[in-house]
Design a protein around this ligand. Sequence first.
Ligand code: HGY
Ligand code: MN
Ligand code: MN
Length: 430
Amino acid sequence: MLSSGKSIMDWSEQLAQFSEPQWAEKNQLTCTYLTPAHIKTAAELQAIMREAGFDEVTTDAVGNVVGIYRSAHSSTDSQDSCVPVKTLLTGSHYDTVRNGGKYDGRLGILIPVACVAELVRQKRRLPFDFEVVGFSEEEGQRFRATFLASGALTGDFDPTWLAQQDADGVTMKQAMQTAGLSGDIADITQLKRDPSKYLGFVEAHIEQGPILCEGNLPLGVVTSINAGVRATCKITGLAAHAGTTPMNMRQDALLAAAEISLMAETRARQDDGSVATVGQMQVPGGSINVIPGECLFTLDMRAPFDHQRDALVNDILAQAHVIAERRGVHFDFTEVMRASAAPSDPQLQQRWERAVQSVGQPIFKLNSGAGHDAMKLHTIMPQAMLFVRGGNRGISHNPLEIISAEDAALATQAFMALLDGFQTDLASTK
Ligand code: HGY
Ligand code: MN
Ligand code: MN
């Protein structure tokens, strides 16, 4: 099984070779929804899945790469195909943030791919179909439609997203059609999964934080995924001469945004577990000698519970309007993503706990500050996650993101143990 760790590291390098030109030239990884680099990554992932031995590998109407390893009852080499077969769903995303890491999302695809390769090596079938999805879009980088890929599986794809434009004015529909997808909402709505046919959704993912690394723990079991709200914000002030406008006569859009950013930081620090981030800020058409008349920025606000998140958002919004009023500027806030906290399904979480124990590791439980596709699948089926230790103190959304082949191998063993657990339990219910 140690070879699975090396395979996963090699596959990660294979996928990471595709990056968008302005980042590739700096040897950085950026793979956003349906860009040429993203399309090549999907093709490479398909090839990796085929090589591993999946029975079916397809790309769906939103660009998800879907691999299915048929059960003992529904595979072509079985007689009793009349036996009703459920499916265990797993996977994660293959898109990245700008100048991101190689393992965020992708590790959660490659670990179950390594499991299928091992099952094929053992000439073994499971008593359920095993469906591994490489979700095409989770990060919300090129378009604001976050989790659109897993959202298509839960029936939450918003048709208005097709008209969203990227920074170059390309609509999502156009991007889909350029990528060889129909861009028809009818094809997308068909992707909705019937939860009654599934055993649930499990996802392996790097922790993206320092806890496992500092605790010298290779694996962790997720108890809940934090709730989040993201928004795009716009301050409208008055562009004016930097030299002639007295300080007490300014409506400086950037300074209002700056004060709001610092206020958000102060407010988030007041809670245990709340976070608030301004990830992007720009003065469109700004000049060195002009007081900013407009400032665009983003807000990402999260907390372990919905009520705590809502209090954070409401306080920041209220205080932002006070700041804008005092500064004589206008503050616009457009919510672009809202996700509820997603507590792990207790039974699936216990399956991960038993799996981690079976590979000789202590059960360490932690919540997830990062959002994941699992929080989308949470809305229609039981879900639970396994975390894998990140090196470099778990840094993520950064090229320093790193894992070890040994931890990848151990996580694969734990995932195999989870599959074994399902097999044992299903056999005992016959
Ligand atoms: O932002 C997140 O939590 C995730 O990486 N998309
Ligand atoms: Mn991410
Ligand atoms: Mn991720």
